[in-house]
Design a binder for this molecule. Structure first.
Ligand code: NAP
Ligand code: ZN
Length: 362
């Protein structure tokens, strides 16, 4: 009796929006988060971006998921409470939290800042995963607060617009890392496939690295907008695809979220050109071997980055003044937003204003 009373009273009161099954409709939820451990902080969330991965997860398009699921891994908020051994942060700091909230911190991958490859059971992902400490399910950023290890809470520059910065925590790191790893720089001819949340940030980052950027989009309207975002050229790939770029590009970043023709994009690469897939369609990629072997082309993949790369990306974006183009919405519009994300109908990231959520009762 006493134990159940304790479990009812202990913990931080949280409210948010959750999916209760793979049909994917998001509805209000009230739940409790555990009190922060010695190295953890509580962040009161102000803004959270809607990444297409949230839609894939909620609809169980990649794997069986844990429900109820509170999605959201592009979080900006204020530290409201700190654990006894927290050194880096203090109450009131504005921080961002991305795709992970914890990892073992002891294996080689964690020590090198590549926590996504943690060899002790993997990291605790921000949602749909489990905390190492107590096995509790992680709930993400479509909510009023979150508990994270201080290592995974990144200080955000006071000069940055917090709502426009939130998408950098996933879309920024996922695009910055391959562009930097494959040494995109002055004069590199870069193609960005898909002009969505990831794609539009990739254009800004590649341009700031000195690249000449061509966008591949299915939308006439976005093709015009690509030039405003920093591209030199844009190709509409549905209806009137052109072959102006065949064999000319050094590097392509593929951010497309649904099944598409990989060989078409590979044909744009010159000798020794590289194409990196970050988009996560729910079906296997299909590639003609000749698309690769004929010009020594490389096809590779890249995922979100660890703490080292995320900090480097945030420093780069702060220095270059890069932030997302967003549509700010109240949480009550989240289901409409999901439908529009799937149609590619957003310029270019929905960000949820969590003040629309109200406070937990009681
Ligand atoms: P998004 O905003 O929806 O953008 C995806 C874009 O893909 C759309 O805007 C559209 O571009 C293009 N597209 C969609 N369906 C298409 C089709 N059938 N044919 C051609 N183009 C199509 O999504 P996002 O948030 O940027 O995420 C993109 C993908 O990356 C998702 O699959 C997501 O899960 C994945 N992702 C991966 C990682 C990682 O760690 N690797 C991290 C984050 C996200 P146009 O409108 O310009 O045609
Ligand atoms: Zn994401």
């Amino acid at each position: 009796m006493a134990a159940s009373k304790k479990s009812e009273t202990v913990g931080i009161k949280s409210v948010g929006y959750a999916a209760y099954d793979a049909k994917g409709e998001l509805k209000p939820i009230a739940f409790k988060r555990r009190e922060p451990g010695p190295h953890e902080v509580v962040v009161d969330i102000n803004y959270c971006g809607i990444c297409h991965s949230d839609v894939h997860h909620v609809r169980s398009e990649w794997r069986n998921e844990i429900y109820p699921m509170v999605p959201g891994h592009e979080i900006v908020g204020k530290v409201s409470k700190i654990g006894s051994s927290v050194g880096k942060l203090k109450v009131g700091d504005v921080v961002g939290v991305g795709c992970m909230v914890d990892s073992c911190g002891e294996c080689d991958a964690c020590k090198s800042g590549f926590e996504y490859a943690c060899s002790n059971g993997g990291p605790a992902w921000t949602y749909g995963s489990r905390y190492r400490q107590d096995g509790g399910v992680t709930f993400g950023g479509y909510s009023n607060n979150i508990v994270a290890n201080e290592k995974f809470a990144f200080r955000i520059s006071p000069k940055a617009d917090p709502a426009r910065t939130a998408p950098l925590l996933c879309a920024g790191t996922t695009t910055y890392t391959p562009l930097s790893y494959w040494k995109v720089g002055n004069g590199t001819k870069v193609g960005i496939a898909g002009l969505g949340g990831l794609g539009h940030i990739a254009v800004k980052i590649a341009k700031s690295m000195g690249a000449e950027v061509t966008v591949f989009t299915t939308s006439n309207e976005k093709a015009k907008d690509a030039i405003r975002l920093g591209a030199t050229d844009a190709v509409v790939t549905r209806g009137n695809a052109t072959d102006n770029h065949v064999g000319k590009l050094d590097f392509i970043l593929d951010t497309i979220s649904a099944k598409h023709d990989i060989d078409y994009y590979l044909s744009m690469l010159r000798l020794d050109g590289k194409m990196v897939v970050v988009g996560l369609q729910d079906q296997p990629l299909s590639v003609q071997p000749f698309s690769l072997v004929s010009r020594h082309r490389v096809l590779a993949g890249s995922g979100l980055d660890g703490t080292k790369g995320t900090q480097e990306m945030l420093d780069f974006c702060t220095k270059k003044g890069i932030a997302a183009d967003i549509e700010l919405i109240p949480i009550q519009k989240v289901n409409d937003a999901y439908e529009r994300v799937v149609k590619g109908d957003v310029k270019y990231r929905f960000v949820i204003d969590l003040s629309s959520l109200g406070k937990p009762s009681g």
